[in-house]
Structure formats: structure tokens, C-alpha cells
Design a protein around this ligand. Sequence first.
Ligand SMILES: *Cc1c(COP(=O)(O)O)cnc(C)c1O
Length: 361
Amino acid sequence: MTRAFNFSAGPATLPESVLRQAQAEMLEWNGVGASIVEISHRSADFMAVAAQAEADLRTLVGIPDDYAVLFLAGGATTQQALLPLNLAAPGQRVDYVVSGHWGKTAVKQAQPYVEVNIAADGEAGGFRDIPARAQWQLSDDAAYVHITANETIHGVEFREVPDVGAVPLVADFSSSIASEPIDVSRYGVIYAGAQKNLGPVGIVVVIVRRDLLERAGQPRADIFDYRSHAARDSMLNTPPTWNWYLLGLTVQWMLAQGGTAEFARRNAAKASLVYAAIDGSGGFYRNEVAPGVRSRMNIPFFLPSAELDARFVADAKAAGLIALKGHKAVGGIRASLYNAMPLEGAQALAAFMHDFQQRNG
Ligand SMILES: *Cc1c(COP(=O)(O)O)cnc(C)c1O
């Protein structure tokens, strides 16, 4: 068996120890005579796994008691539709800051339900920078302000929490949750699909300040209602049990590794290796993002031609560095360096970049 260094943007690499544990427990788990995917979500055995995953995530991310944590299906995109349904009254405005592809998606999912004000939009600049806070055109009466903490495709990341006054800040943290310490109390809602930094695809975490659950929102079915999910501990219907279990194992692994402070250190080290390889290449490799908002998680870059991009991806794969092809919206190369990517992976990539340039530059 050979496991490559996997730079996929998502679903993404998971810690080997987590996969091994899941493998060992696949046929028979915890003395119950069946695997965890074959038992009731309402069994005491599974409920204990679910509760532990929540407790561990609260510890890892530093989630205060006045925030509920929901574990839902449907991915981050579904939450982008549920947010306006739950948080905004009919006809109420919502403010969106668009700093890349996922900010655009968030707008698209909200538009059928609410009056979306694009408070700032980085598209004219090719999403190479985040519009400065001073330029945002916020509404007086917005239900919330939505940002994308890290844009997974364009590789731009907020490096500080923007001040939006008393209006709740809603943030898509799908590709950067638990990558560094954050102050949850600065946000009204944080949501994150698990498949980048928290575990497997198929489950999404919604961290919501409890007072926001009291908002009337808009007419909606129970299954789209955050308050109903919170009241039933995310077991309004059958939750994605296998994904919840794997998420729990991944969170435990992160705690055992030293938590978010340790990952902040590792992620900064990994990202600076790759950015140094780009910036030290004399223009052979190009990352076009403004230095102050360069993502630590997803690093898009380009070679001098599309042909070289393709050769780079193929040669890297042969060298055991996989999934480096850029997203089709941007092209080029993209290296994703989530928590489960070891420092050795970033070192191997930087060395490969140097070597590839020697041979092709
Ligand atoms: C991957 C991603 C999404 C979409 O997640 P789905 O689970 O596919 O719905 C949304 N936002 C960000 C920032 C992402 O990285």
C-alpha cells in the first residue's frame, strides 16, 4: 500500500490513524455485535458518540455555551439556503461580502428568499484581494452580514475578523475551521462542511448563537428549521451517523495533536514553505493573491503555460503528490494544506517545485 501526499481541496486527506481506527472498527464496533453504520442513531451507543463529538468540537474550537452546535446533512451549500430562511424576516435585507466562488454561491442560495445586498465584491479584481472593510456598503437594517472566511478556490482568506457592529456576522468556515484559534463570540453563525478540515463529506457543522434561534425567520418546514434541529440534538431525522463518527475521530486526533494553536503553527509553516517556493522562483510560479490575504489552506498558482501546468500535475502525481490540478474556474495548480496534511507533504511539494523548475524552467 502506498498513500500519496494528497493535496485535494475536498473531500480531502484524513489522518491515517483515523482511517486505521475506522477500518479496524468497520465490521464490529464497541462490542455491539455490528458496525456503527448498522445501529440506530437513537441507541445509547451512538448517542454517546454523537455527544462526545460535540463536546470535543466545543473544546477544539472553543465554542461557548451560549452557542448551539448542529450536525446536519446537505453540506455547506444547503446551509447557504437555510441561513436566510432562519435568520431573516420576509423582505428583510441581508448583506453579503463576496470574496470568491463560495461567496457567490452563498448569494445565489439566498436570493430566492431575501433581498440580498452585495456589500462588497472582489470579482472585478479577479478575487485576488478582499475588499477593504472601509469600502463595504452595509445596510442599516440587515438581518446579518455574510462572509467566506477562506475562499477554497481563489485562495483568499480573512486574516482578521471584520467589525460589523451589532449585526450578526455569519461566516462560511468550510475550508478553515479548526486551522487556527478563533474567537467564536465575534460571530453569530459559523458553518462548515466537514470534508475539508473536520473529517468526511456528508456532514456539516453549524455553530449558532442561541438567541438567533429565536428569530422568526420565514415560513419553512420543520426540517429546514435550526431551532427544531437544536431542540432535538440534530436527530430530527436520521443523521449521517458514519460521518458523525468519523468527524468525532478526526476532532479527537486534532485535540491529541495539540489543538488549534498547534495547527496554526503547523499550517503557517506549511504555507510559508509553498509560498516561498513560489516567490523564490523568479516568476516561474505565480500566485496572484494580495500578500495580506493569501490563504494558508489553499494555494492556487500558475506556471508559464497551461502545458507546463499539465506536465507539473502529471509529474507530481508520478512523484507521489496527488490532486494538484487547479479548480476549473481558475486553472493552474492548487495545493490544499489542511490540518491532516503533514509538514513532510509541504516539504515534498516545495522540493518537487524546485526540481521541476530546474528541469523545465
Ligand atoms: C467546499 C465548500 C463549500 C461547499 O460545500 P458542499 O459540502 O459541497 O456544499 C462551501 N463553502 C466553502 C468555503 C467550501 O470550501
